[in-house]
Every structure is written in C-alpha cells, then in structure tokens.
Design a binder for this molecule. Sequence first.
Ligand SMILES: Nc1ncnc2c1ncn2[C@@H]1O[C@H](COP(=O)(O)OP(=O)(O)O)[C@@H](O)[C@H]1O
Ligand SMILES: [Mg+2]
Length: 423
Amino acid sequence: MTAEKWIGLSLGTDIDWPACFEAMVRRLQPRFGRGKQQFDVKVRRVLMDPFSLTDPSKYVLVVDRLTHWFKFAREWLKKAALMNDVYLLNNPFTFQAMEKHSAFCAMMRLGVRIPPTVLLPQKEYPRNSPAYAKTTARYNLLFDLDQIADQVGYPLYMKPYDGGGWRGVTRVESSRELHKAYDHSGTEIMHLQRAVEPCDVFARALAIGPQVLPMRYDASQPLHARYVVDHGFLSPAMGREINILTKTINAFFRWEYNSCEAIVADEILYPIDFANACPDSSLTSLHYYFPFVVKSLLLWTLFCVGTGRKMRRNLDFEPWFAIGDDPSLDYSEKLDHYERLADEYFETAKFEEFCARRFPDIDSQLLEFFLGDEFDAILCQKVKDVFPAREHDEFIEHFRGLVRLGARGMLSPRPDKTPRRRN
Ligand SMILES: Nc1ncnc2c1ncn2[C@@H]1O[C@H](COP(=O)(O)OP(=O)(O)O)[C@@H](O)[C@H]1O
Ligand SMILES: [Mg+2]
C-alpha cells in the first residue's frame, strides 16, 4: 500500500482558497517517491484538539493562517516544528519579527528605501503596576513630541509598530493632529513614519515561496475593488525591484507566505508594510488574481513535500548584512546579490524544474477547475458569506467574470489541452 503524507491547513475565516486547494489536490492526486518510498499527498484541516507535547504530527507541512492571533494554534505549531520537524508556512519562530519594526530595521540595513521612521515610547502604561510606575518614573522622561515629528517631516503616519488590518493608523498633518493621535494611542507602541506623498502608484506584492505577484492597489476603493487589474503599472525596473525586495524580505526572515506593500513616488520605490503573517488571499478582494493564490500554494507546498525540503528554523542575517554593509556596491548591485541569496534560500531553479517536470499541465488543470461547476459553487458560497442577500446575484456575476478573466489571462494552457469554454 502506498504511504500517505498530509498537508494540514490551519485556518481561521478563510473558506475560498482552502476549498480550491483541497479540490485541486483531489484532482492532481500527487504521488512522489520511488518503490517502497512512494507516497500520496493528501490534505486536511487542522483541528484544535488538546495535544501532548510528545504527540506525533499527522502532517508533514502546515499552511498556517491563524497563529498571528490565535495563541492555541501558535503553540501547537511551535511544538510541531520543534518535536516533529513539520514544515511551516510561516515560520512561527520568527513571529516576533513578523511586525513592521524588525522588518523596517533589517531592510534599512540592506539599503532599502524605508521612509524616515521613529519609534515612540507608549503614551500610557498599565495602571496598578508598581513596577511600571517605578521604571517609567526613572527612565521614561518627558520628550518633545513636536520636535521629533518635525524631524520625521509632515505629513506623517502614526501607526502601531506591529500593526495589521489598518488598526490604529492615522495620517497626521499638524501638531494638533499629532498630539490628538498620540493621546489616543494608549498602551500601543507607535511609529511615526514620513508619508510617501504624492503617491504615483501603490503596489501590493503577494509572495508564496519564490513566486511573487505585484498588484496595483487602490486603498481609496471599497474592499472588493482595491486590487486593480492593470498589467503595466510598474516600469520594468520597479517590477524587478519589488520582486527582488519581496523575495529578499521573505528569505531573510524565512517567511514563505507574505505580502509587501510599497509606494512609488518620484521613480523611487518605498516599501511601507511588508510583514503580513496572514496576507490577503480572499477571492472577494483578489478576484482576477485569485488563481495565483491557488496555483502558487499548490506548487510550493507540493514542492516542499515532494522533495522533502526541510524548513529552516534558524535565521542567518550575516550574508545579507555583508552585502548591505559593502560600500563598494551600489543599490542595484546589492539587489542582484540579494536576489541570488533569496533564490538560493528558495531553491528557485530546482523549484522551477520540479514544476515543469512534475506538473507540466498545471495551468490547463487549473483553468478547467476555475471554469467549472466545482469552483462556481465555492465562489457562490464565498459571496454569500461576505455580502448581504440583496447583493448576492450582482456580486456572484461580478466575481465570476473577473476570476474567469484572470484564469484565462494568467494561466497558459498547452494549446492542445485547452478546455472548452462553458456557458
Ligand atoms: N509612510 C506612509 N506613506 C503613505 N501612506 C502610508 C504610509 N504608512 C501607511 N500608509 C497608508 O496607511 C495604510 C495602512 O498602513 P500600513 O502600514 O499598511 O498598516 P497595516 O499593517 O495596518 O496594513 C497603507 O495601506 C497606506 O495607505
Ligand atoms: Mg498594510
């Protein structure tokens, strides 16, 4: 009997891509290995059962979408990595770095153009804590907030150092607004960051393993219309830069499922938010680009399981800093080196060869799936989950059209295997 290896999905509210991922694993029936070492890859969702710290793991790899806020799941994941060598997207041990602050610091040292940023001591401390009261009275002296903001430069953003989901983000234009925002920040630790304005283009690059998709993003639109279908919005040089930067951040921190937000102003790319433990992957926000999520997750997880790739639990900053600190290299040369290091980490050449050899028809298979009834049922369920009943018909048509367009645009089937159009 062929052995089985299981991919686990550690999920919160996601319902769309997991259903697609499961359907595609059923269709592909991936089998790897030779002779007695053969195994089939299966997928199931991780449940929150009590666990002994010595329990074996059912899974060889887990795609995690939960542990950035759900602590029980995080502790299970850490145990799975420490005790069972489970491969995890993302690495829970760099979780503390999965905040803006560390990512800003590390990328600044690599020469990336992060806008000027200052970290402020928090405005308030927990009351009824003698230890806090004594410590802050001694060491947290009064400072001149206006002077610091002047150094950063207006307009600026005040935002939590570990932010996410636009929680507590304020655009500040004046001293009055600055003090108001700080007074309201309570026990949050806040960055002041110079606003990158005027913004020529806002890009959000989603990355899974070495696969990067930069998308144009318009934050002024309602949630379902923020990703703009636009293919030529970055110059080739900017496209190269955001691609390398995103892979660099992820290889540096061992994150394999992350997104990078960057603003282009005056021909310079400024990353402003690139530590997203649970990047937006929803059908109803990504629409046209949604097939990328399913395809990239499938290929990367199957590569990891199929080749027995080991998760690297430890970080190794030194080779990166050696390049970042080298005064003989200009920024473009540094990017070349970063790309080489990132591709080494992700084994990009081996990954591409694996995809071509093991899944040569993946685009045709995905296209057939996205144009078929099984996906349509998932789409309808997702729309019903997100929108009020009176908007179901309109949004089902809307997203159906966009996903089909994206699937046809982004997946390139072999000519002889193009599935017939339905409808
Ligand atoms: N330095 C900045 N310059 C311009 N806009 C910014 C800057 N920082 C944040 N913003 C705006 O605020 C939004 C939320 O900030 P962000 O850092 O992405 O926080 P979150 O992690 O909550 O998404 C961004 O999408 C962008 O529109
Ligand atoms: Mg953001």
